[in-house]
Write a protein that binds this ligand. Sequence first.
Ligand code: GAR
Length: 190
Amino acid sequence: RVRTAVLISGRGSNMMALLAAARADDYPADIQLVISNRPEADGLRKADAAGVTAIAIDHKDFDTREAFERELDAALRAHKIDFVACAGFMRVLTEWFVSRWEGRLINIHPSLLPKYKGLHTHKRAIEAGDAEGGASVHWVATEVDGGDIIDHEAVQIEADETPESLANKVLKRELVLYPRALNKVLMGWH
Ligand code: GAR
């Protein structure tokens, strides 16, 4: 099984869905490590309670993005990680980090990419009058939210939809989408 790390910044529901999937012996990812750039992230406590090594690397402790990323990279290498899944990880990664992990680094983004890269995706989809919202799992490339799409899930946007109601609906699908997408990517990985 592929030694995998999950990067988070907060609640960690996608991370917990990946952990749950990885409990099955035939799931191709073995989640060895969870890292949060925010020490107060709830997800760190959840991962710890689930018996996974969970560490904080606080980006505020570093002067530059790259200095933070060097620490992140060192932690991943120290744990012999081969694959990284960003799950609600809210730091933009530099070209330095992305090029080091390219092809072994994926992310989940709460929109139907290529629409709505960046923030406030649900609000933007509603304001545009879109019939559907959703989430996408994609390879991480240097353009933010710009890498090739691996898989997605769509939900209908109702007439009375709010960004919050849409976020909740999409999150339910994310919890199915992300384990499925990671499985797809790692099947046959060596
Ligand atoms: C998820 O909806 C994820 O798609 C989004 O943050 C949420 C994290 O929730 N990610 C991004 O916005 C990335 N730019 P979680 O911590 O409970 O999984």
